[in-house]
Design a protein around this ligand. Structure first.
Ligand SMILES: Cc1cc2nc3c(=O)[nH]c(=O)nc-3n(C[C@H](O)[C@H](O)[C@H](O)COP(=O)(O)OP(=O)(O)OC[C@H]3O[C@@H](n4cnc5c(N)ncnc54)[C@H](O)[C@@H]3O)c2cc1C
Length: 373
């Protein structure tokens, strides 16, 4: 008898793979280390709706995700510069969708778990299975290079999504705040090697209190979570299928990973069903936006506060030439253009040169090393 496909990790990517395999008549079992599937935090996350051509909710239907879960479309994004210049950009179509994460009612994690149980797929909770014995690795972890620190708090404020660029708070990334259903979440992201994550979170809280002219007096939850913005070319390692964050599937510029988790889980299942090459399959579906995001990250990392100031000014500009350059005034068209018709894609060789940069650094240091002998 054929062994069931063993999926290690019951998050979004693992459960999407399980649902699709079972639907094709393939025996599958999910091994989850906790007593429930998915995230432990009870909060909101945003599923972006611009990286891929089709609408994110239509894509979930295509991936056979049928459960009932909370979803709220969101149409705008406010950008704030280091000098606190504000620019609200709107979109005529949903720019993102708020989803609930965690074990609570309405959360996507809980809806997926229910769909899996209803499909009679066994979930081994508190499993101690190791990667060696897994077919699909979906453990939501990969070598991290950034750290997210944040708080969630009750906040009596209309729903909002705000991004604050300021090197003094977030180096090479950004600080963001989301408000949904009176729950605020503030997150600051910094390179993992920094030693002042907590301090930068405190500074970010102060900055947001200043911007909103409020005092965050009750903090429901304070958290820290590693983030991997590393780029993997292959997600088929030692015969295993890596999906979601474990496979490095995440937007390299902003860190959005939800859509990639659904997509990679679906493609790994299809690859097993069709018995084809998983790497070829996901690369044809997802490699270009991943590469564009990493090139844009390279360019973004060159900006400092002066650059962020210019970026926010440019986004808010009404100058027809700049509006044309950006691809219109609608934010979804602007970000879509960045991913689908990005001139930065011409800088594609950067990805290759970046891999060689340690070798360059070593070669350039050779004359100095030899002279100092
Ligand atoms: C604070 C924070 C905010 C974020 N906000 C957003 C956002 O707004 N939008 C967005 O698109 N992305 C966001 N992300 C990223 C997003 O959460 C991930 O990309 C996505 O959840 C990845 O899904 P996954 O299935 O790969 O992993 P996960 O959803 O993390 O699931 C992994 C599962 O594997 C289980 N597991 C782990 N180790 C083992 C083991 N050894 N054995 C068995 N089971 C194991 C875990 O318990 C969990 O159930 C955020 C991430 C963080 C940390």
């Amino acid at each position: 008898m054929m062994q069931p496909v063993k999926i290690l990790g019951g998050g979004i990517a693992g459960l999407t793979a399980a649902i699709n395999l079972k639907q094709a008549g393939i025996d599958v079992e999910v091994h989850e280390r906790k007593e429930f599937c998915g995230k432990t935090t009870c909060d909101f996350q945003l599923m972006e709706n611009w990286i891929f051509e089709e609408d994110a909710l239509a894509a979930l239907k295509q991936f056979n995700i049928t459960g009932n879960f909370y979803v709220k479309p969101w149409y705008s994004l406010e950008f704030i510069s280091p000098s606190l210049k504000r620019c609200l950009k709107k979109s005529s179509e949903p720019l993102m969708y708020f989803l609930k994460r965690g074990p609570m009612e309405g959360a996507i994690d809980r809806a997926l778990q229910k769909q899996v149980i209803d499909a009679h797929i066994p979930i081994m909770f508190k499993s101690t299975l190791t990667i060696d014995d897994a077919t699909i690795v979906a453990i939501g972890k990969h070598k991290p290079n950034f750290m997210m620190t944040g708080i969630s708090f009750p906040f009596d404020h209309p729903d909002s999504v705000i991004v604050l660029y300021d090197d003094r708070l977030s180096h090479k990334m950004y600080t963001y705040i989301t408000v949904a259903d009176k729950i605020g979440q503030l997150v600051v992201i910094n390179p993992i090697e920094r030693t002042d994550h907590e301090l930068r979170l405190d500074w970010s809280i102060k900055r947001f209190e200043e911007i909103f002219n409020v005092k965050i007096s009750t903090i429901a939850h304070r958290f820290a979570a590693p983030l991997s913005l590393n780029f993997l070319k292959s997600a088929r390692i030692d015969g295993r299928y890596y999906v979601g964050e474990a496979g490095g599937f995440q937007d390299g510029l902003s860190g959005f990973g939800l859509m990639y988790a659904f997509r990679s889980g679906y493609h790994a299942a299809q690859s097993i069903i069709q018995n084809d090459d998983y790497d070829l399959r996901w690369q044809s579906a997802m490699l270009k936006p991943i590469e564009v995001s990493h090139i844009n990250r390279y360019l973004f990392e060159k900006l400092s506060n002066e650059g962020y100031e210019k970026l926010v000014n440019m986004l808010g500009s009404q100058n027809p030439a700049i509006v044309k350059l950006l691809g219109g005034d609608d934010l979804k068209s602007i970000v879509k253009k960045i991913y689908h018709h990005s001139p930065s894609y011409l800088l594609h060789p950067i990805l290759f040169w970046r891999k060689l940069s340690p070798l360059y650094t070593f070669l350039l240091s050779l004359p100095g090393r030899l002279l100092s002998r």
